[in-house]
Design a protein around this ligand. Structure first.
Ligand code: MLT
Length: 255
């Protein structure tokens, strides 16, 4: 098993991901919010790359049971029901709903990796669950950090490093690219207090300025969820419900 980390979405184009196993990380906040929404019973999340497409999709598809969610410059978008704070995605609001989701960096990174054969979403909140699943799959893996405006972000890279360390603890014999090794080094230097690290990042500071300090606390809760969002049929579902592809993986693993 070989693991590589892409620090920003600018490094690879869509076709790079064809047939690969990919994990997308956007700790602040898209990954964390997607995990929270599925944890609270959302039927599925439909990640989109533009606001215009979000509005178009919300028109007639998905049986009318849709909510528009996401952000621009950290704030809720006009006409959207929900922003990008995980606290907004409570059970009473999201249970049974299809959520069309647009965020500045996170959903674009997910959409870019859509040709992956397996695509998972990771954050600090579900890191052990993702690590265990990847170790079980035992396939080469690309970790795509969503970053910020095609630039490096500390929080996604530290999360990538922690994820790799967790996989290493389970499997031992993994091959790491230079970027994967550097991610582990960063997670060792900066990952002792996740909340402190988040509050010192560029995006963390912006969120605090905009009144989202509690979101940072939420995003720093390691392993508060066992949900693994999995991309299947253009939507993200919680892995056990992800359908045929997941079943095939399980059968292959068992044989
Ligand atoms: C993004 O996708 O850029 C983030 O989720 C932004 C945010 O924190 O709302």
């Amino acid at each position: 098993m070989k693991i590589n980390v892409l620090y920003t979405p600018a490094i690879a184009d869509e076709l790079y991901f064809t047939g690969k196993t990919t994990v997308v990380i956007d700790v602040l906040r898209a990954s964390t919010t997607i995990i929270a929404a599925l944890q609270n019973g959302a039927r599925e999340i439909i990640p989109v790359g533009t606001v215009e497409f979000a509005v178009k999709v919300s028109g007639g598809m998905f049986g009318g049971q849709t909510l528009l969610g996401g952000e621009r410059n950290t704030k809720k978008i006009e006409g959207f029901a929900l922003g990008n704070s995980p606290f907004e995605y409570t059970e009473d609001i999201v249970a049974g709903k299809s959520i069309i989701f647009y965020t500045t960096n996170g959903t674009k990174a997910i959409v870019k990796a859509k040709f992956s054969s397996d695509l998972f979403i990771c954050s600090f909140t579900n890191i052990s669950a993702v690590a265990k699943h990847l170790a079980l799959l035992d396939k080469d893996c690309e970790i795509q950090c969503a970053g910020r405006s095609n630039n490096f972000s500390m929080e996604d890279t530290v999360c990538a490093g922690k994820l790799i360390s967790e996989i290493e603890k389970i499997k031992g014999d993994i091959t790491l690219s230079d970027s994967a090794r550097a991610s582990i080094a960063l997670s060792k230097s900066f990952g002792r207090s996740i909340h402190k690290m988040l509050s010192e990042t560029e995006h963390g500071k912006l969120l605090i300025e905009n009144g989202y300090n509690d979101d940072l606390k939420f995003c720093s809760k390691i392993n508060s969820s066992g949900i693994i969002p999995y991309y299947v049929g253009n939507v993200l579902k919680s892995l056990p419900d992800a359908g045929l592809s997941f079943q095939n993986e399980k059968e292959n693993t068992a044989n």
